[in-house]
Structures are given as C-alpha cells and as structure tokens.
Design a protein around this ligand. Structure first.
Ligand SMILES: [Zn+2]
Length: 273
C-alpha cells in the first residue's frame, strides 16, 4: 500500500502566527521541527497499519521546511520548488491514499488559524465547478483525477470541518481549537502527535477495508474561477489566453484537473507580479 502525505505548515501543532511559518524568522526553526514531528507521527501510524511505501510532499512556501535528517526513514521526501505538482508532488495512479497534514481553512473563514487560499496576499477565493473551496479542494481534486482518495486531515477544527464538508467522512486529527486567525487552544506535541499517529493508522486501516470516502473527482471540463485581492493582479492574470474577467475574478475552463492545477499555478505566479 502506497501513501502520499501532503504537508502544509499552518495547521501544524502549536502554529498560530505567520512568524512561526515564515523562513528567516526566529520562531521558524522551532516550528519546522514540530512540522517534521507531526509528519513522523503520520508515517508511524500509516506504517503500523500496513503502508509499505510512503512519500512525503513538503507543500509550504518553497517546499523546504521538513528536516530530512529527522524524517522517519520509512518515507521518502519531495522537497524544493517549483515541482510539477507542488503541494501534491508524488501523486499518480500508483498512490492508494492521501493524508493531509498541517492543513488550514480557506481564506475568509472565522475561527481558522492563518486561513488563506494558496497565496495569502494574492488569492481571495477559488471556485472549482462553482464550488467555493481552498487548497484542500484543489489538492483533493488533483488526487481525484488519479483516482486517489484523501483519507485523513490534521489541522485546527475549522480546517478539518471544511475538508469533511467537501470530501465526506475522512479521519480528522484536530490539533488545535482556533478562536481567531492568530489564536488557538493547542494540544502539546506529545498529545497531538499521538492523535495524528492514531488517526493515520485508523485511516489506512479503513482504506484497507474499503471504508473511506470516494476520490473527489470533478466533472470535466473543469471550470476554475479565481478572485484576486486587487485589480492589478487580475490585469496580470488575464495575460493568460482564453481567460475571462469580471472585476477581480478571472476564470478559465480546462479539459481536466491536471491542466486546471497548472493554469491556476501559472495564474497566481503571474498575478503576484
Ligand atoms: Zn502553507
């Protein structure tokens, strides 16, 4: 059984501020260690439940946060950027299930630590086939393109709830209760990592039993709409041919989800300027 662990940082144990997830800041080194530990907890649980091939994708910022020297040796690490599939590097038809570790809610959500959608200064909202979603939806639908289900999410209570609302009954490891964008009641690493490990084992066990939600497969062609924060961002995004613009909202249609993911990423890179 092959598992992809897709990792972001905002939903990692103890994280409540941008400083903690921003390279160069004094706090960052503490939290990349905690990020690595949360991932190790997921590897441990997945391996104990029968996963025999585990790929980790470091999906935060420039994709070089996880400490490879401290990573459980049962996994291999996709690190660095840009990589072909970014936060989902390593996804293909050979993967049996995806674990989302350290995930966060979409931009504009109450009681959600560091809520944003892909780029906190650029993207206000994204819709896939008219479904308002966040990074979790983009990444789940890319997995769905390859026929792979998401089976676990860890993060605050709101991120976990959004993933469950979109995908159905996936295992949840709620490592903090957010009370604002920058405030939460957090479990200690010892407790939260025990929870992540147990939930990962349960998720892989359920996958073995065929008791997980279906892969999230979008109807094709895929309609993507991106709302930017400012009109100059939309100006730059519409340099991509075959896009349509309405205010700060730029949309396009892609034949399938891999192209949709690629065009979306290109659009955001352009928009940032
Ligand atoms: Zn992130």
């Amino acid at each position: 059984m092959k598992i992809l662990i897709a990792v972001d940082m905002e939903g990692i144990t103890g994280v409540t501020t941008w400083d903690q997830v921003t390279p160069g800041h004094a706090e960052y080194s503490r939290f990349r260690k905690l990020m690595t530990q949360d991932v190790n907890a997921a590897i441990r649980g997945a391996a104990e439940a029968g996963a025999d091939e585990i790929i980790v994708a470091d999906g935060h910022w420039n994709g070089s946060n996880i400490l490879v020297e401290e990573l459980d040796s049962r996994a291999r690490l996709n690190t660095g950027s840009p990589s072909p599939f970014s936060m989902m590097q390593g996804i293909d038809e050979s993967v049996d299930g995806v674990l989302f570790i350290g995930y966060h809610a979409r931009n504009g959500t109450a009681n959600a630590i560091l809520d944003h959608t892909w780029s906190s200064k650029t993207v206000a909202n994204i819709w896939l086939n008219d479904i308002l979603t966040g990074e979790y939806g983009l990444n789940a639908s890319l997995a769905g393109h390859f026929g792979v289900p998401v089976i676990l999410v860890s993060g605050d209570q709101t991120a976990c709830a959004q993933v469950n609302e979109l995908l159905g009954d996936v295992e949840m490891a709620v490592v903090k209760q957010a009370t604002g964008r920058f405030a939460a009641e957090c479990l200690t690493p010892e407790v939260s990592q025990g929870l992540i490990s147990m939930s990962a084992a349960r998720a892989v066990g359920r996958l073995n039993d065929g008791d997980v939600p279906d892969p999230f497969v979008l109807d094709t062609p895929v309609r993507v709409a991106v709302e930017f924060f400012t009109s100059d961002m939309a100006d730059r995004a519409t340099r991509i041919p075959f896009t349509e613009r309405e205010g700060t909202r730029v949309s396009f249609t892609a034949p399938e989800m891999v192209s949709a993911y690629n065009v979306f990423r290109a659009m955001v890179m352009l928009a940032i300027g």
